[in-house]
Write a protein that binds this ligand. Structure first.
Ligand code: NAD
Length: 253
């Protein structure tokens, strides 16, 4: 393992990226902090004020569902108006150039899509928080309309079919969609470089992917501003700001 500060690690990172034919990336909340979206574990994170609500509890109680929606709208306000950052833009460009085959994200903020990454290249392991869906019929529901009704009546939304409406994210205790998991595993096993960008690597199953990629023969690079449990397995660790590390590949530094 080689650990480099961003300034010193740029050349090594460039050599890895430019010398790879098929790159897969795993992104975590750290790629979006420069966009004004707080991460989960940092000391000042608003997420800490709102501990996750387990899915079984969410299902069992209308009062819990209403509280979950109140928290979601409050958290959405902390990230309102966010735009893609340097890592989102760099990955979209590398994908357009055919270099990045897949981006697996733990994020739910929709910023990879906003940067232009095609849906076929993106795997959202934890779903997407920019819209909601009915757990019974699957109908999509837009947050603005749900929020308008919630502010008026204070109860959790219900679909026209009678089903429960939930943000299209994967709640604590809710299974990862099997198709997303299968695509993530495939991406990890079929790359020659696996880039971990801004993830604490403590949330499973995402945290398994880097070792799967290594076992399948890929080189592993971890870019994060603090140590992760998998650093010792990496070929290169770049310690510092991920946007700065990825800036050489985005259109406007
Ligand atoms: P995390 O908060 O556990 O870890 C983020 C990591 O990124 C931390 O180690 C932090 O030190 C690092 N980091 C933060 N800003 C950085 C920067 N500018 N440069 C380099 N490193 C930086 O987040 P996670 O590991 O992605 O997982 C947490 C869970 O919370 C996920 O399941 C995710 O779904 C959810 N979440 C998503 C978002 C989002 O969509 N943007 C935000 C918060 C939480």
């Amino acid at each position: 393992m080689m650990v480099e500060a961003v300034e010193d690690g740029r050349n090594a990172l460039a050599a890895m990226v430019n010398g790879s034919g098929r790159i897969a990336a795993l992104t975590g909340a750290g790629v979006s902090t420069e966009c004004g979206v707080p991460d989960f574990r940092s000391a000042d994170s608003p997420w800490r004020r709102y501990p996750p609500i387990p899915f079984d509890l969410w299902l069992s109680s209308p009062a819990v569902r209403a509280e979950a929606w109140r928290r979601k709208f409050a958290l959405d306000d902390t990230a309102a108006g966010s735009r893609p950052g340097r890592t989102h833009r760099a990955l979209a460009r590398l994908a357009a150039a055919g270099r990045v085959a897949a981006v697996v994200t733990q994020n739910i903020d929709g910023l990879h899509q906003a940067a232009g990454l095609p849906a076929g290249r993106l795997v959202e392991l934890h779903g997407n928080g920019t819209y909601a869906h009915c757990l019974s019929c699957g109908a999509r529901h837009e947050l603005a309309a749900l929020r308008h009704d919630f502010n008026r009546c204070g109860t959790a939304p219900v679909c026209a079919c009678g089903g429960l409406v939930k943000a299209a994210t994967v709640a604590f205790g809710q299974p990862i969609p099997p198709e997303a998991l299968a695509r993530a595993l495939d991406a990890a096993c079929r790359c020659d470089l696996f880039l971990v960008l801004g993830s604490s690597l403590v949330v499973r199953p995402a945290a398994r992917l880097p070792l799967l990629a290594k076992q399948a023969g890929a080189r592993l690079v971890i870019v994060n501003r603090e140590p992760t449990p998998l650093d010792e397995h990496a070929d290169l660790v770049v310690r510092g700001d991920v946007g700065t590390a990825m800036a050489p590949w985005c259109e406007s530094n």
